[in-house]
Design a protein around this ligand. Structure first.
Ligand SMILES: NC(=[NH2+])NCCC[C@H](N)C(=O)O
Length: 407
């Protein structure tokens, strides 16, 4: 399958991009957790088993699973120039600005990581000072620095492939991220969408060097005419304006309406998909905590490339009914129990991945919400989640659909 096609949240999933959590998780420490956006340190071996179970669940449902690290390894293997250019940029964006350290790091990578996939994985893992062959002179580093400090940070959030880029219809948005730590992740997407034979030529509606931040957890494809984007901790309204103008200007795109959902700015609700996902043609899961404070704006093409914006003064259900085109049902995380709702939302109870209308992947630990969805007639594919959930992301966060069948 070449190119991308994602014109809904629920059309039969055919191809998805994942990242198997790797040694980057071993470089999380209590001191860096907050900055690296984790709440605890996952046990890597079990996190990998859980992730493999997630990938197998998708394969069993006929989905082609491709890994970000393999796509990037293909790019690195395809040309020595691209490989060098990527490494230079990766070193620079890791905050290494002196000639001396650039040389030490690139020599280390070139001598120890000749295999393209090992090299790509190393760029994800980060580099510890102790790994580098630095002469132990009487320099200040030797005297006061810890020999085991990170020279280059890991990228532990990479297994949330939902966020650094997002498919919008037949195009892609490559993001400027909210946090320094996640901004480096988008390099892989940029190289893959610029160079990989399976993705090259896909229209790019947003680029990583734009000024405003936006993340894929906020981007929901309602149908081939309507895109929903969250205004959240991670996505600025200015980015949605820019994105809407880019989509409306592309003649190949059929999207004529962007809905901006203004959700409260908090860690628990970092993206729209942490509180709201579509699970069937006419059903959504929702965290009751956002129902009150939610405001929705409609963006449509105006004259001379401008974008018209209008505030929608009705409740969420009526808004969805209008744009989805049929009566909709909002199923609440926690099944009406407020404590269960908050507990399970924190562990991604309303963050589901739809495989086809009515069939969804959910985390095992959210049993109150899962029982409720089961009783409402949904077909649940339950995956283990004790370790993966410590990164604060669920099945939707851990997956980037590249191809869904049209509805
Ligand atoms: N689409 C999502 N909800 N992604 C969740 C990402 C979690 C990650 N630790 C972060 O804070 O960025």
């Amino acid at each position: 399958m070449v190119g991308v096609n994602v014109k809904s949240e629920v059309g039969a999933l055919k191809k998805v991009i994942l990242h198997r959590p790797g040694d980057e998780l071993l470089n999380l420490t209590p001191d860096t957790l907050e900055r690296l956006l984790f709440d605890d340190i996952p046990f890597l071996e079990v996190a990998q088993q859980e992730h493999d179970a997630f990938a197998q669940t998708l394969r069993d449902e006929g989905v082609e699973v491709v890994y970000l690290e393999d796509l990037m390894a293909d790019v690195v293997a395809s040309s020595p120039e691209l490989r060098d250019q990527f490494l230079d940029q990766w070193i620079k964006e890791a905050g290494i600005h002196t000639e001396k350290w650039r040389r030490i790091i690139s020599e280390y990578l070139n001598s120890e990581f000749s295999d393209p996939k090992a090299l790509v994985e190393k760029t994800m893992t980060g580099i510890n000072l102790a790994e580098l062959d630095v002469e132990r002179s009487n320099s200040l580093i030797d005297l006061v620095s810890s020999p085991t400090k990170m020279v280059i940070d890991p990228m532990p959030n990479l297994y949330f492939t939902r966020d650094p880029f997002a498919m919008v219809g037949g195009g892609v948005t490559i993001h400027r991220m909210y946090s320094v730590t996640r901004n480096r992740e988008t390099l892989y997407g940029q190289y893959i969408f610029d160079n990989h034979p399976d993705f090259k030529g896909t229209p790019q509606y947003y680029r990583r060097d734009y000024a405003f931040h936006i993340e894929g957890g906020d981007v929901l494809n309602i149908n081939d005419h309507v895109l929903a984007v969250g205004i959240s901790q991670r996505t600025e309204p200015d980015a949605i304006d820019t994105l809407a103008a880019g989509i409306f200007a592309d003649e190949t795109s059929t999207i004529d309406t962007v809905l901006a959902f203004d959700i409260p700015n908090s860690r628990a609700f970092m993206h729209l998909d942490t509180v709201f996902t579509q699970i069937d043609r006419d059903k959504f899961t929702i965290h009751p905590g956002i129902l009150g404070p939610l405001t929705v704006f409609e963006l449509t093409p105006g004259a001379d490339g401008k974008v018209n914006v209008k505030r929608l003064d009705s409740d969420l259900e009526s808004i969805l009914e209008k744009y989805v085109g049929c009566p909709v049902k909002l199923l609440q995380c926690g099944a009406g129990d407020r404590i269960a709702a908050e507990r399970e939302q924190w562990n991604d109870g309303s963050n589901t991945l739809c495989i086809r209308p009515g069939t969804i992947v959910v985390y095992q630990r959210n049993n109150v919400t899962n029982d409720f969805l089961y009783r409402e007639g949904l077909d649940l594919k339950v995956v283990p989640s004790a370790e993966l959930s410590r990164g604060r992301g669920g099945p939707r966060c851990m997956s980037m659909p590249a191809w869904r069948e049209d509805l």
